[in-house]
Design a protein around this ligand. Structure first.
Ligand code: DX5
Ligand code: ZN
Length: 228
């Protein structure tokens, strides 16, 4: 049901695939291309086997752009840091269900801090585990790779998860949005939106493209086509 989805699909290019010495330029490119939020992958070397960035970098990104910052926390004990990411300037904050046994409390704390809040599900975590949290989150981020690295192959079973989540929001009449992250590119963007996704994360498909701005525009066009 359209009213339960954002008016337009959005692209969330992942800064993980950009040059970390030139993040300001990456943000300017996304602003010029249009239709974007900036996806920020926060990794702690414990929840995932990689280390990336923390709050000081988000603070700097905040000063450099008016684009919404979508902070994907791949960290253990996310309740310890989630509000600090909001204070640093994150507009959307998502936490992994697998990383937090007290999600209800963490989601409420993030909302109270003033950000949109999302729950992230790894490829092996069923969407049905969210039925008792519907209404407590603004979006669900479905991983279509195992988190930790950019440039991995898309896991197609996420398409069925999107459809089941779309059915859940229709059944509950709750307007949360569905974001998909990992291995997204021109070959699957349209099908993901047609299945019910509203926001697509794309790292390598944008920042490793010969012309990143053209890649953003192409992906956005394919996403719009997915809405039919
Ligand atoms: C993976 C990250 C993704 C990643 C996506 O753990 O959450 O956001 O950067 O990169 P691509 O689009 O290259 O798979
Ligand atoms: Zn991510």
């Amino acid at each position: 049901m359209t009213a339960l989805r954002p008016a337009e699909p959005l692209l969330a290019p992942s800064l993980l695939s950009a040059d970390f010495a030139r993040l300001g330029e990456a943000l300017t490119l996304l602003e010029e291309a249009g239709g974007c939020v900036a996806h920020v992958d926060v990794m702690d070397g414990r929840f995932v086997p990689n280390l990336t960035i923390g709050m000081p970098v988000v603070e700097s990104l905040r000063k450099a752009t008016s684009l919404p910052l979508d902070c994907h926390l791949m960290i253990v004990e996310p309740h310890r840091y989630a509000e600090a990411f909001v204070a640093a300037g994150a507009n959307w904050v998502s936490v992994h269900q697998e990383a937090d046994p007290h999600l209800h409390r963490t989601l409420a704390a993030i909302r109270a801090a003033g950000a949109k809040v999302g729950v992230v599900l790894n490829p092996g975590t069923p969407v049905e585990t969210l039925v008792d949290l519907v209404g407590d989150f603004d979006f669900v981020l479905l991983m279509s790779v195992n988190p930790g690295f950019g440039g991995q192959a898309f896991i197609p079973r996420v398409l069925d998860k999107i459809r089941r989540l779309d059915a859940l929001r229709t059944e509950r009449q709750q307007p949360f949005f569905i974001e998909v992250d990992g291995g997204v590119g021109p070959d699957n963007a349209q099908a993901l939106v047609a299945a019910g996704a509203d926001v697509l994360v794309a790292g390598n498909a944008v920042f490793k493209a010969a012309d990143p701005k053209a890649a953003v525009r192409d992906l956005c066009a394919r996403m719009k086509a997915g809405r039919g």
